[in-house]
Design a protein around this ligand. Structure first.
Ligand code: ADP
Ligand code: ZN
Ligand code: ZN
Length: 759
């Protein structure tokens, strides 16, 4: 049989925003003003919709019969939005994470670009495709416009020159609606042209007198410690090639100073720096430090921006006018005109892993991007993830250590307070209250850590035993006092706080356990003359709320800071002298094999907030399990010793980083349906692995640790291999086999490669 379509023609292979795991081939536009390049956006008909796609390849053959091929409607960018290196990384990531390529591009593009808008308004150029057409077509079009003299006039204007800016057209007296009309007739096209890369930032920083300032940074009057200097030298040794570094040092050891010196080196060479941080809201200090240190434009990309601000920041990164780009997870995909260095601060943080849709790890992709764009990558943390420690021990990353020398203080030791069988007042032991009092009386700042927001984790009835449970989840509803409601922290449902037991109507309702709101009112009663400042997601909802709180604490006034893990991230509290961790026992017995790792990171990070400046800090950890090996290790050893020991256990159990995992998650409104599909998937996986002789094992299917959430039953199948390549091969086959299966109504499945969170 002759092949359907071998005649040579230029075709575009396009990533389309759709859940389908494939690209689609299109013919060029009929009157193409200029060809699309790989990395340009195009407007295409897709089914009955019109969507914005990204060209991933130019091809001359396709499996689709030519007569079925559709045409691109318009090429939206005159130049690729993404450089080849970044485009290839996105394509690679779609394959690695088994995510539809269109969803990958959707995650990588600012909303406005996804919607087909131009890069920035002033970069729009208008032109007519007729320029290239023959005279005959032109005459026909002129004739067709006989009754629309204004349109004809505009068309003639467009024909007179290669292209016009929107401003020029407006100046000539034609409005935007007129342009749109002509565009709909196929007689005008709008393209986005990147301005010729602006003179690089290092040259554009003119002083008031007009003189150019070449030095990109205001060098701080600090003498680096020997270890910092060595780290800076190592990172800068080969500034134009990929090298991976783990910068390992406790809070306050001077990591940020090392980042900034390494960035200075790159900026001086005219290259850009991309810095990823866990949560921008929590790192105003870091941004402020960068902005005051560097004279080049520093842009921050975060969720607080509106779409035009985001697009503007993105554009400045892409055209090279911004020198430093600092952002959260998705900022990793920001194109850089001149990539210099990539830094991932607090690399152990869970927020670098996207938990839905395109489930990528920004930390892992950062390393891939560094390779692709030939730049050093620095992963920094006081509590490195086990994956990163393992990579360092394999020699994949250079392990740079910063001892706690800048603060010249020993590490605050973690004191365990055994609360088994001890009387507690609202969750506080005698010892903890006593110590708080001592520090408060000395006018110091204290931090109390509870990893639970709300007033109390559950409402119970003392008469009949009723508990506040969510109807849609297997979980308790949390009691909130301000405003008074019961809330499910898993699905977001909330209801009024009952006064009487909904089951037996008695008035013996009581809260059980402790949340931040309850602790706040308790502490305020205990310490009426000291401000108690609560920091959790509820207290910091407003845009400036967190900043205000942090500024207040920075002022140094005596206070008790009380809050959740938000306090463990990024922000430094130089005046803290006491940290009390009320309860971290949950992590000891977690269903997740990373439970202990995460608990150790959290405790170490929270503990690290104490004793930053000249004052020594104390750390108390209340526990029911004082003899537990993990707590003993955290109390008596360093995080490094703890992690080394835990890594040995992971090796014995063949768990990451010594094995690689993928989690197939299935959710359905009917438990039966979810279990049924999971069994099918497990069977297919088993067969595929056997056929291909791949060393891939399965665990499950089994109910997810939280069996029901938001009204859906959840089942999971864990797939594991000690060989990453084999797991990858297997997943490709598995997805290809699962994709065509017609799913029962309201059942969906997803695959999480390198899952971080097993629940
Ligand atoms: P980290 O990022 O590891 O928490 P930072 O870089 O923020 O540490 O440093 C902590 C504090 O120590 C900052 O106030 C910083 O200015 C200061 N610092 C860092 N390096 C030095 C140095 N070599 N000499 C004096 N102070 C330093
Ligand atoms: Zn009751
Ligand atoms: Zn719920």
């Amino acid at each position: 049989m002759p092949k359907a379509s071998t005649q040579p023609t230029r075709l575009y292979r396009i990533a389309v925003p759709s859940p389908l795991r494939r690209t689609f081939d299109y013919l060029p536009a009929s009157a193409e003003t200029f060809p699309a390049q790989v990395g340009c956006r195009v407007r295409i008909p897709f089914g009955a919709r019109r969507v914005t796609g990204v060209v991933t390849a130019l091809v001359s053959e396709t499996d689709v019969p030519v007569e079925k091929l559709r045409r691109v409607e318009a090429v939206l960018d005159a130049e690729p939005l993404f450089p080849r290196s970044l485009l290839s990384l996105l394509v690679w990531a779609a394959d690695y994470y088994q995510c539809p390529i269109g969803e990958v591009f959707a995650a990588a593009l600012p909303t406005r670009l996804r919607a087909g808008e131009g890069l920035v308004a002033s970069d729009e150029r208008w032109l007519t495709p007729l320029t290239a057409a023959d005279d005959e077509t032109r005459e026909t079009q002129f004739a067709a416009l006989k009754r629309a003299p204004r349109q004809l006039a505009l068309l003639q204007l467009l024909l007179a020159r290669e292209s016009y800016s929107a401003e020029e057209i407006a100046a000539a007296g034609f409005g935007r609606p007129m342009l749109r009309t002509l565009q709909e007739r196929g007689l005008a096209d709008c393209v986005t042209v990147t301005p010729a890369p602006r003179p690089h930032f290092k040259n554009t920083l003119a002083t008031a007198s007009g003189a150019s300032v070449l030095a990109p940074a205001v060098t701080a009057a600090l003498t680096l410690t020997a270890e910092q200097a060595a780290a800076v030298a190592a990172i800068g040794a080969e500034p134009e090639s990929y090298r991976g570094f783990l910068l390992d040092g406790v809070t306050g050891s001077g990591k940020t100073e090392v980042y900034m010196r390494a960035m200075e080196q790159q900026l001086a060479l005219g290259r850009q720096c991309l810095v990823l941080v866990p949560e921008i809201g929590l790192t105003p200090q870091t941004i402020a430090r960068f902005s005051s240190r560097f004279r080049c434009p520093v842009v921050a990309l975060h969720s607080g921006l509106n779409e035009s601000e985001r697009l503007s920041g993105w554009t400045q990164a892409r055209d090279g006018s911004a020198g430093v780009i600092i952002g959260t997870r998705s900022a990793l995909f920001t194109p850089l005109a001149s990539p210099g260095i990539l830094i991932v601060d607090e690399e152990h943080d869970a927020s670098f892993k996207q938990q839905d849709g395109f489930r990528y790890s920004a930390r892992d992709l950062a390393v891939m991007r560094g390779r692709a764009e030939h730049m050093p990558v620095v992963l920094g943390s006081a509590t490195p993830s086990f994956e990163t420690l393992h990579n360092a021990s394999l020699g994949k990353f250079t392990h740079l250590h910063l001892p706690r020398s800048t603060a010249a203080l020993p590490r605050a030791a973690i004191e365990l307070v055994d609360i088994a069988d001890k009387p507690l007042q609202q969750g506080f032991s005698e010892a903890a209250l006593l110590r708080l009092r001592e520090h408060v009386e000395r006018g110091n700042q204290c931090l109390v850590f509870i990893n639970r927001r709300g007033y109390a984790p559950v409402l119970t009835c003392n008469s009949c035993g009723w508990r506040s449970e969510c109807d849609d989840c297997i979980a308790q509803m949390t009691v909130h006092k301000t405003p008074p409601r019961l809330r499910c922290h898993h699905c977001g449902v909330s209801e009024p706080l009952p006064r009487l037991c909904p089951h037996c109507q008695s008035s013996t309702l009581d809260t059980f356990g402790l949340g931040t709101q309850k602790a706040e009112s308790f502490l305020q009663r205990q310490f009426p003359h000291t401000p108690v400042i609560r920091v959790d997601r509820d207290s910091t909802r407003g845009k400036t709320a967190l900043g205000d709180v942090l500024a207040r604490v920075d002022s140094g006034e005596s206070c008790i800071l009380l809050g959740t893990q938000m306090l463990a991230k990024g922000h430094h509290f130089p005046n803290l002298t006491l940290v009390v961790i009320l309860d971290a026992d949950g992590g000891l017995f977690s269903a997740d094999f990373r439970g202990q790792e995460h608990m150790a990171q959290l405790v170490t990070q929270v503990a690290g907030r104490a004793g930053r400046a000249e004052r020594a800090g104390e750390v108390l950890l209340q526990t029911q399990h004082a003899a537990h090996a993990t707590l003993q290790s955290l109390s008596n050893e360093s995080y490094a010793e703890f992690s080394a020991r835990q890594l040995e256990e992971r090796l014995l159990a063949s768990l990451p980083p010594f094995a690689h995992l993928a989690l197939l998650r299935i959710e359905a409104t009917e438990a039966e349906a979810a279990l049924g599909f999971a069994a099918t998937a497990a069977q297919i996986s088993g067969q595929l692995a056997e056929d291909a002789r791949l060393a891939v094992q399965r665990l499950g299917p089994m109910p997810a640790p939280m069996e029901k959430r938001a009204g859906r039953f959840r089942v999971q199948l864990l797939i594991k291999s000690e060989r990453r390549g084999q797991l990858q091969d297997h997943l490709r086959y598995l997805v290809a086999s699962l994709d065509p299966i017609k799913l029962p109504p309201r059942l969906r499945w997803s695959l999480d490669v390198d899952p971080q969170d097993m629940i």
